[in-house]
Design a protein around this ligand. Structure first.
Ligand SMILES: Cc1ncc(COP(=O)(O)O)c(C=O)c1O
Length: 483
């Protein structure tokens, strides 16, 4: 006799499964159809109260009822990345085929640690790693694995760099990066036992790109002090300025000294499929390892990232073979041999479905579109005397601030974080914030190809109105003036 449970996915519940997935899809579709702003504007206090009021020890017993509850808690107050007013972080609207893939991979629940838990899942992931390696320009010896995100990919890359180094004294190891490098590199240095001081900031040019001459000098200085550079991290798409380090020149320096080159292309990996801007990644094929975040510029649902290495042997060095799971004698491919995770989602299916439906060329065109949009935003801002811009964009971020000509630097600095918080509280536009040289800036991160220049114009008008309103609250004389 066959066992069954009304609560678990199986033969006896497929009807229920179809119903539940359709209801969930209907709930999210309903919100997306009606929502007109990236956020409801609900306060943290209100949301905390709503979440705390749920009694987790008294189940509703019915998915429809739980879905209704969650729709109010979560969907009604979610931050919507497809809304043009969302211009804050490196989040994208997601490719539709990837959502179908999410249903499949969640229901089947494959784990791509071993072949015997995933079969074609493993093979599909490996094909995608090969595909990404090909786009990078690596040869047939390349390898890689999917990860949970850029943070994990960077940690993994630096672990491989440490293991590849002939040095053994952790206290002498250094990682060269810049002040623009993502903080996950410092986190990785701490996790790898090197400490945060092991990350040395190489000087940048005025645009925030690593200065290759400064890199050469720093490498020479380290050698003179008996320190060992175990890796240079070049970034293809820095988080704030979106700039791309001069990879080819950095690669040349690294090759001459035998130093591991890691390229963090978490953000800039979209350039791999761009027909117009691929040249920005020239030299990436000489890297030892590359981070690619498909959940940023390939429009994939979180999580979808990979570390790709030029030589498979680098990954094999850290393999551990457990007799119960992936014995040394295995004759099938087991991805756990090279992953930092054991049980692991079959995230690769989302990218597979997207490539098979949309194709690389369209993905590249979508990434190019957001880079074009950043150029438009930059033009709007430079033409407008009420705004100040930090730098010309390379990818799709733009740093700016609302600063009418009469507002001094300190007052603008005091205003900018308040302005950002006021916008978030209103829910109509969500903009990121950062600091440069001790000053606060607003940041557009544009990863939505459906956003238009007109949308950005409207967001800037809102920034202007909100900024003016805050200034007027501080100085009532302004309240009667015309904006
Ligand atoms: C350049 C860069 N590297 C790495 C990361 C970390 O990626 P994740 O958030 O997927 O861990 C980010 C995140 O924004 C990033 O901008």
């Amino acid at each position: 006799m066959e066992g069954s449970s009304p609560h678990l996915f199986g033969r006896s519940t497929v009807g229920r499964f179809q119903h539940d997935v359709a209801q969930a899809a209907a709930a999210v579709a309903d919100r997306v159809r009606t929502v007109r702003r990236p956020y409801s504007g609900a306060s943290l206090t209100d949301l905390q109260g709503m979440v705390d009021a749920v009694d987790l020890d008294r189940p509703l017993g019915d998915t429809d009822a739980a879905l209704d509850e969650v729709a109010k808690l979560y969907l009604d107050n979610a931050v919507w990345f497809h809304e043009p007013g969302y211009v804050a972080h490196l989040n994208c609207p997601v490719a539709l085929p990837a959502l179908s893939a999410e249903v499949l991979l969640a229901a089947v629940n494959s784990s791509v640690d071993t072949y015997d838990q995933s079969t074609t899942g493993t093979l599909i992931e490996r094909r995608l790693v090969d595909w990404a390696a090909g786009r990078i320009g690596f040869g047939p010896d390349a390898d890689g694995v999917f990860t949970s995100g850029g943070t994990q990919s960077n940690l993994h890359a630096l672990l491989l760099a440490r293991e590849a180094s002939p040095a053994t004294d952790l206290s002498r190891m250094r990682i060269l990066a810049t002040t623009e490098t993502h903080f996950s590199v410092t986190q990785a240095a701490i996790l790898l036992g090197l400490g945060r001081e092991a990350v040395i900031a190489v000087a940048t040019d005025a645009g925030g790109r690593m200065d290759p001459a400064a890199l050469t000098r720093t490498l020479d200085d380290l050698a003179a002090y008996g320190l060992v550079a175990i890796a240079v991290v070049a970034t293809a798409g820095t988080t704030d300025l979106g700039c791309v380090d001069p990879i080819a020149e950095i690669a040349e320096s690294c090759a001459r000294r035998g130093v591991w080159l890691h390229v963090d292309a978490a953000y800039g990996c979209g350039l791999l499929v761009s027909t117009r801007r691929r040249h920005l990644l020239d030299g990436i094929e000489r890297a030892d390892s590359v981070t690619v975040d498909f959940h940023k510029s390939f429009f994939q649902p979180i999580s979808s990232s990979a570390i790709i290495v030029r030589h498979a042997s680098a990954m094999r060095r850290m393999a551990h073979h457990a007799d119960y799971l992936n014995p040394r004698t295995a004759t099938v491919p087991n991805q756990v041999d090279k992953s930092l995770q054991t049980t692991r989602r079959f995230d690769a299916l989302k990218l597979w479905m997207t490539l098979r439906t949309v194709g690389a060329e369209q993905l590249g065109a979508m990434f190019d579109r957001v880079v074009d949009l950043a150029e438009d935003a930059h033009r709007l801002l430079t033409e407008d005397p009420d705004f100040e811009v930090a730098a010309e964009p390379t990818l799709s971020t733009v740093l700016f601030r609302y600063r009418p000509a009469w507002l001094d630097d300190d007052a603008c600095d005091e205003l900018t974080p308040r302005l950002r918080a006021r916008l978030f509280a209103g829910g109509e536009a969500i903009i990121a914030g950062t600091t440069r040289d001790g000053r606060h800036w607003l940041k557009f991160t544009l990863l939505n190809p459906m956003t238009t220049t007109e949308h950005l114009r409207a967001v800037l008008d809102l920034v202007r109105e909100t900024g003016w309103a805050l200034l007027a609250e501080d100085d009532t004389r302004l309240a009667t003036a015309v904006v």
